[in-house]
Design a protein around this ligand. Structure first.
Ligand code: SF4
Length: 496
């Protein structure tokens, strides 16, 4: 779809207009000339104390759709924040004419960001009464009642699980990235390297990781800063050996402050083919609270198609094994819209989940990330259409309600099928606190290891600084000392 835009001089509008167009069309192109466009959208924008904007969409059979909007502007010290209000107003009319033309209703309205619940948290923190906050979300962002209700449910749940969520800025959480997996899945863009034949690289990587844990741990001890949660992700943190895991957790207990009082330690054991009785003994020994065993789908052909070299029965067996060895908080991930899957396969996955009843179930919607094998060879993978994806999402919602699960976090991604979301459901009081921390951005998360992204949040201003460790083990091994120093410098400035 080629969309020609008129009447908007400022280049800064264009990225948002492109993101919104992507919600409607598989391929779209936005430009500011009239030649050869499928759609022409003319804007009239007037900014004073209020922003007044209108949009007129003309298609190639000369059919016309119009929308108007006006909103009082709130003065702001930040030019960026001020401009955002104008951008939102422009998005408002743009979305409206596109919705009218396509007949597609965008349930998240003009929102294109990853963390919609943050918006509602901000309103709660500002003391805005619930009804008014909901009305604002509807009027300003065109979010539907259904999604506002979901946001409210999640915010309420998060504040029940972490009542001090808004005052945890003086603590930190830790993310530890282990970049190895048995094989690489087709949709994956995580730092994940097939582990076989790489022992040399694993050894050097773990050497670097132990170093980072010691340095950051001693900084935290020196400053008297507590750790709220620790999360081992990757890759697959259980793809290393039981002895290597044992040494790593030993390091955590030695180097990190007050580990006994960390609220939650999670280890993703995502790939069932990495789980062994020896590794479960190690997880238990070090009191790991929560693990993830991820089926993604219970249809064997699907697993094969996406490059996960394990069987469905292996997932089920490893779940039972983990349970029998005392793991009592297990998360399982399902993905909606995997290649070749529709409602039949998804219903089957839910029926299998019912037999296991994990403490939490995270339902992802497939996203075509730019760097994945699947996106590079899109024509090879047949995926469900928008309507079917929505149906599967509904099935997940109904299933979780009828089985006693509650939604407790959500995030959206770009290029997600049907413009839907990923939702974490949990049996009450089994929610992952780390997931809440990472989504709501209320405290600093220090990333250690390969591909680990740190997010430093100024405890006073809330300003966020991102910092990424290198993704590939080779670069990490050559530079982990410098990266650790850089992080400590940033931490020194934030926590004086
Ligand atoms: S198991 Fe997870 S991290 Fe590993 S390759 Fe598959 S999707 Fe990527």
């Amino acid at each position: 779809m080629k969309i020609s835009i008129q009447g908007l001089e400022d280049e800064r509008f264009y990225r948002q207009l492109q993101l919104i167009a992507n919600l409607f069309f598989e391929e779209s192109q936005i430009f500011s000339m009239q030649a050869e466009a499928d759609l022409l959208i003319k804007f009239h924008l007037h900014v004073e104390e209020t922003v007044q904007v209108s949009a007129e969409l003309v298609d190639n059979v000369e059919k016309t759709y119009r929308a108007e909007y006006q909103k009082e502007l709130v003065p702001s010290d930040s030019e960026k924040e001020f401009f955002k209000q104008i951008k939102n107003a422009v998005s408002h009319v743009y979305l409206t004419v596109l919705q009218d033309w396509t007949g597609i209703k965008q349930k998240w309205g003009i929102l294109t960001g990853v963390r919609p619940t943050k918006l509602l948290h901000r309103k709660v923190q500002e003391g805005i009464p619930t009804e008014i906050a909901h009305q604002q979300l509807k009027d300003d962002y065109l979010i539907t009642d259904e999604k506002i209700l979901l946001m409210q449910q999640i915010v309420d749940r998060q504040l029940t699980v972490v009542p001090d969520l808004y005052t945890l800025q003086k603590e930190v959480s830790i993310y530890i990235g282990i970049p190895f997996c048995p094989t690489k899945c087709a949709y994956c863009t995580f730092p994940a390297y097939a582990i076989n034949g790489r022992q040399g690289s694993v050894d050097s990587f773990l050497g670097g990781l132990h170093y980072e844990m010691r340095k950051i741990g001693s900084w935290l001890k020196e400053k008297g800063i507590r750790i709220t949660t620790v999360y081992y992700g990757g890759g697959t943190p259980t793809s290393i050996t039981a002895e290597e895991m044992d040494m790593l957790y030993d390091e955590m207990y030695t180097s990190f402050p007050d580990v006994e009082n960390i609220r939650e330690i999670t280890v993703e054991a995502g790939r069932p083919d990495t789980i062994t009785p020896e590794k479960l003994v190690v997880l238990k020994k070090w009191n790991i609270d929560r693990i993830s065993i991820n089926p993604q789908s219970y249809t064997q052909e699907t697993l094969k198609a996406i490059g996960r070299h394990h069987t469905v029965s292996e997932t089920i067996d490893k779940f039972h094994l983990a349970r029998s060895m005392g793991m009592n908080n297990i998360n399982m991930d399902l993905i909606i819209g995997l290649p070749g899957e529709g409602t039949t396969e998804f219903k089957h996955s839910l029926a299998e989940t019912e037999k296991l009843m994990p403490e939490s179930l995270t339902v992802h919607t497939l996203s075509f990330k730019r760097a994945s094998e699947m996106t590079k060879n899109k024509e090879k993978y047949k995926v469900a259409d928008r309507g079917e994806v929505e149906k599967m999402m509904e099935l997940a919602k109904d299933w979780t309600v009828s089985h006693g699960y509650v939604p407790y976090y959500l995030y959206r991604q770009k290029n997600i099928l049907g413009n839907l979301e990923n939702v974490g459901y949990s049996l009450p009081n089994q929610e992952s606190i780390y997931n809440i921390m990472i989504m709501e951005e209320q405290q600093t998360i220090i990333g250690l290891g390969c591909g680990a992204a740190s997010k430093f949040i100024d405890p006073d201003s809330g300003k966020i600084t991102h910092f990424a460790n290198p993704k590939d083990p080779k670069t990490y091994n050559e530079s982990f000392e410098a990266y650790t120093e850089d992080k400590i410098k940033i931490l020194d400035e934030l926590f004086t």
